[in-house]
Design a protein around this ligand. Structure first.
Ligand code: C5P
Length: 225
């Protein structure tokens, strides 16, 4: 029996992270947040003065940092050159630039290799979430899911999350615009754009509760594993 790979893709705000982590916990699988790896790479470039708007500079620099991603669904940590960057990679500076860095083919080649390595080392299998898990990184995944939600549902969820963190309305509006820009960039880039693989199950989460989405995906995996 080859290890189970559950590939979950979708735009920001589709509920991907929460859902993927919960499915991994429920099934006793490892968990891989590939967005965190692109963020960690971006954080390192910003910290080391690399011009992230220059694809050639990014392509050269991306060979240097050592990005290591934890795969514990309960609390994955991510380190760059041994430093835990789980906090800083969620900041607005990284969020604003991550799509530009992720569009560079050399960056993707390097991180995809690491992602496949994580899956190969996961004892019982892995839930991997991102933008190109089903389409590029794990073409033979046991289960592929493409999560969507209406634009409105996604922005309402994101706003509720930010309000709960105590952010003011002006910041929330600015972040919504940033999110729309990032999704457009991720969907239209040349290398590995956000796309639904032909054999991915489409799950529209607009009208579903979190528990329903988790239940749907868990059932798909239990059917096929
Ligand atoms: O999932 P998250 O929003 O943290 O991802 C941050 C960014 O990383 C995305 O906007 C996208 O540019 C990039 N990404 C990617 N491929 C993946 C995962 C994330 O290009 N598999």
């Amino acid at each position: 029996n080859s290890p189970v790979v559950v590939a979950i893709d979708g735009p920001s705000g589709s509920g991907k992270s929460t859902v993927s982590r919960a499915v991994a916990s429920r099934l006793g699988l490892s968990f891989l947040d590939t967005g965190a790896m692109y963020r960690a790479m971006t954080w390192w470039m910003l910290t080391n003065g690399v011009d992230v708007d220059d694809p050639e500079a990014v392509a050269i620099a991306c060979a240097k940092p050592v990005v290591v991603s934890g795969t514990d669904a309960a609390g994955p940590t991510i380190t760059v050159d041994g430093q835990d960057v789980s906090g800083p990679i969620r900041g607005p500076e990284v969020t604003a630039k991550v799509s530009a860095v992720a569009a560079v083919p050399a960056v993707r080649a390097r991180l995809v290799e690491l992602q496949r390595g994580c899956a190969a080392h996961a004892a019982r299998g892995i839930v991997a979430e991102g933008r190109d898990m089903g389409s590029v990184v794990f073409p033979d995944a046991t289960v592929k899911v493409f999560l969507t939600a209406s634009e409105q549902a996604r922005s309402e969820r994101r706003a509720a999350e930010l309000r709960a963190k105590g952010l003011d309305e002006a910041t929330i509006t600015a972040m919504a615009a940033d999110l729309a820009r990032r999704d457009a960039a991720d969907s239209s880039r040349e290398t590995a754009p956000l796309t639904r693989a032909a054999d991915a199950e489409l799950v529209d989460t607009s009208e579903l509760t979190l528990d329903q989405v988790i239940g749907t995906i868990t059932a798909l995996v239990e059917d096929r594993a």
